[in-house]
Write a protein that binds this ligand. Structure first.
Ligand code: 3PG
Ligand code: MG
Length: 391
């Protein structure tokens, strides 16, 4: 795969696919600009070498419609906080006007295109749309690791029309995550939590093969325990995923499931804040209840395993950390990982990243991936459309 270093970008229009899909509050303020921050090195690299920089991204899920609250204006404002260059935002991402602008640009200027997903053709992976986009650049740079699992026009089709390479962020993500998969320091410990079992089942299978310990928490652990009839009352996933879960060997010495949890009612009309929260063994969770966090005994066992690790990969909160009474497991495991100064520490996945930010522990990690679903697919060993197309 080609990288930025393979190109002379001077005076060239560098069309850069970024993942500026950042969380926004109801007033359109960026809640966390991590993904923007992580793209700055690529942009600075291009500025220093005199390229004309055209940035593009999707934001949210406007489903092919122009949604005022999903314009990239807040992203432009944020970029201005980091970069001391002229940044223009175009009202659309394709068309004769944008094309004209791209041709009038001076080196070191930035043109930020409007949300790609305002055109349904982006997600439809439409060839004509890609061709229109390609008119805006002389070379194409993919720095959107977080979107590489999507077979969308700006991710997979542009390399058909322009000389292409990976940006610095994409290069770094691939390098670090590949190392976890193929050349880990041992013991390698994988901590897997979160809600969506469907996106994690392959990751669990993968790490049961390649790591020394797999620690499960969150709803992912609940579903596995439910599928094995250890935890009651858990709605179980469809037959296909159930078949895969059933294959997981609970007696594997590598696999560590929660022994206790912070338990509460599975549903109540009083709302979450009114819930009781009691500590109990997993075997004592009643049918109408659910474990919302891992308990103190589990935290201790998991922390002991983490203490001796040389490499740790963490994806997915261990409990419902957004709620104070259920945040302890995620927080203590994040702290346990942070305390291990000998280990190479990697984390990623949307919620994990927010948890680390909330606990102020992000900078204790050697690498925090900008990918959510993308990181999980990479770790599961899946071929990712955006990466394959660059090869
Ligand atoms: C993400 O946040 O996962 C990426 O930006 C991809 O966005 P999507 O999940 O809406 O396709
Ligand atoms: Mg996503």
């Amino acid at each position: 795969m080609k990288t930025l270093k393979d190109f002379d970008v001077k005076n060239k229009r560098a069309l850069v696919r970024c993942d500026f899909n950042v969380p926004l509050d109801e007033n359109g303020n960026i809640l966390d600009d991590f993904r923007i921050q992580q793209t700055i090195p690529t942009i600075e690299y291009l500025i220093e070498r005199g390229a004309k920089i055209i940035l593009m991204s999707h934001l949210g899920k406007p489903a092919g419609l122009v949604k005022e609250n999903l314009r990239l204006t807040p992203v432009r404002d944020k970029l201005l906080e980091y970069l001391d260059v002229k940044i223009t935002k175009s009202p659309d991402c394709i068309g004769s006007q944008v094309e004209k602008w791209s041709k009038e640009m001076k080196p070191r200027e930035i043109l930020l295109l409007e949300n790609l997903r305002f055109h349904k053709e982006e997600e439809e992976n439409d060839d004509k749309f890609a061709k229109e986009l390609s008119k805006l650049g002389d070379i194409y740079i993919n720095d959107a690791f977080g979107a590489c699992h999507r077979a969308h026009a700006s991710v997979v089709l542009l390399p058909k029309y322009l000389p292409s390479c990976a940006g610095l962020l994409l290069e770094k993500e691939i390098k670090v995550l590949s190392r976890v998969l193929t050349d880990p320091w041992r013991p390698l410990v994988a901590v897997i939590g979160g809600i969506k079992i469907s996106s994690r089942i392959k990751v669990i299978e993968q790490f049961l093969k390649i790591s020394d310990h797999v620690l499960l928490g969150g709803d992912v652990a609940n579903v596995v325990l439910g599928a094995k009839s250890i935890l009651l009352g858990k709605p179980l996933p469809g037959p296909e995923i159930m078949k895969k879960i059933e294959k997981i060997d609970l007696t594997s010495p590598k696999l560590h499931l929660p022994l206790d949890g912070i338990i509460s009612l599975a549903e109540t009309k009083d709302g979450l804040d009114e819930r009781y929260a009691r500590t109990g063994a997993i075997g004592q969770v009643r049918r109408e209840e659910k474990a919302y966090d891992i308990g103190p005994e589990t935290i201790e066992i998991f922390s002991n395993i983490i203490k001796d690790a040389k490499m740790i990969i963490w994806s997915g909160p261990l409990g419902m950390f957004e709620q104070k009474q259920f945040e302890n497991g995620t927080k203590e495991i994040a702290k346990a990982i942070s305390r291990n100064h000998n280990a190479f520490k990697v984390a990623g996945g949307g919620d994990t990243d927010s948890a680390l930010r909330e606990f102020g522990l992000r900078d204790k990690f050697d690498h925090v991936s900008t990918g959510g679903g993308a990181m999980l697919e990479f770790l599961a060993g899946e071929k990712m459309p955006g990466i394959e197309t660059l090869k």
